[in-house]
Design a protein around this ligand. Structure first.
Ligand code: ZN
Length: 315
């Protein structure tokens, strides 16, 4: 996908890269630490265009053949590493092939670039193999590691890289970006449903996500008021879009916590009356987060969802 314009929340990362290049001190290894869905991969592509553009005075122009190849992941000097089909990991063989490729002379006049995304998908052996390349980097090579969870990378790998932070946009900016890229839609609701940044939603159906959010929150309210019992919905939730439903719950509960906190600031309502309510919201929020961590394991999801919803029913 070619973006019409670089999103505004890329500005500081872009300026940092331009300054480092201008001063001739761009590191061989860059760790792009993105908030989920903020566009780390897109930033990595922009950097690859920046150092390979055919019109250096306007780099990256976005229009020359080099820039277009990078945008399509077809540039001969820009390699992308991600888990292969049927795997959740980046394996050592992939990294060895990449390192051999980086050692060769560039086809064009720019840099050889490796983009590893998501970098935390490298298993231990793969990460160690990449470390060797970063310790003795061939000239004019760049290794770009894209991750939203830098703590899951080898500490030695992290210490070999310069950190480039890409924070996510506000909900409004994210919705405006999606509207400009994909057209009108229920983007604010879709963003609230997933809790992720706009790049996670580029292929999403916003109405379906908005509907799922409405359904999830309405069901939770019905459970809270006693109109619905957890066993009536647990199995359906466990089998249908559980991870998005958990994101919907988490973002909704977070909003309620913020709301309660602001009421506390501006009114004379008794703190004693509000405190237990906020405590319960925090407890429920923790329980949702624990459940999200377990949702990818082999636990009995129906039972886990039921237990989670009973916590809300008994509040
Ligand atoms: Zn160009």
């Amino acid at each position: 996908m070619t973006l019409p314009l670089l999103p505004p929340w890329f500005d500081s990362a872009r300026d940092e890269v331009n300054a480092a290049l201008g001063a001739g001190r761009l590191a061989h290894g860059l760790l792009i630490h993105e908030n989920p869905g903020a566009g780390g991969l897109e930033l990595a592509r922009w950097i690859a265009q920046r150092v390979n553009c055919g019109i250096p005075a306007r780099a990256p122009c976005g229009e020359c053949q080099e820039c277009r190849w990078v945008a399509l992941d077809q540039h001969p000097d820009v390699k992308r590493l991600s888990p292969e089909e049927d795997s959740t990991q980046i394996l050592i063989g992939q990294v060895r092939d990449l390192s051999a490729e980086l050692a060769l002379t560039a086809h064009g006049r720019g840099y050889k670039v490796a983009i590893v995304a998501p970098a935390e998908a490298m298993n231990h052996f793969a990460a160690n193999a990449l470390l060797k390349t970063l310790e003795e980097p061939p000239a004019r090579t760049l290794v770009l590691l894209v991750t939203s969870q830098p703590s899951r990378l080898l500490p030695t790998l992290r210490s070999r890289c310069s950190r480039l932070r890409l924070a996510g946009p506000s909900r409004e900016d994210a919705a405006a970006f999606l509207e400009a890229t994909r057209g009108a839609g229920a983007w604010a609701e879709a963003l609230a449903a997933t809790g992720a940044g706009p790049f996670a939603l580029l292929d999403a159906d916003p109405s379906a996500l908005a509907q799922l959010r409405t359904d999830t929150i309405t069901t939770l309210r019905d459970i809270g008021s006693g109109n619905l019992q957890p066993p009536a919905v647990a199995e359906h939730w466990a089998k249908n879009e559980l991870s998005i439903r958990l994101s919907c719950l988490e973002s909704w509960v977070t909003e309620r916590i913020l709301e309660s906190a602001s009421i506390r600031d501006v009114t004379h309502l008794s703190e004693a009356a509000l405190a237990p309510k906020i405590c319960r919201l925090f407890e429920f929020s923790d329980a949702i987060r624990d459940m999200r961590k377990l949702a990818h394991t082999s636990i009995n999801k129906t039972m886990a969802v039921e237990a989670l919803l009973w916590r809300w029913a008994r509040q």
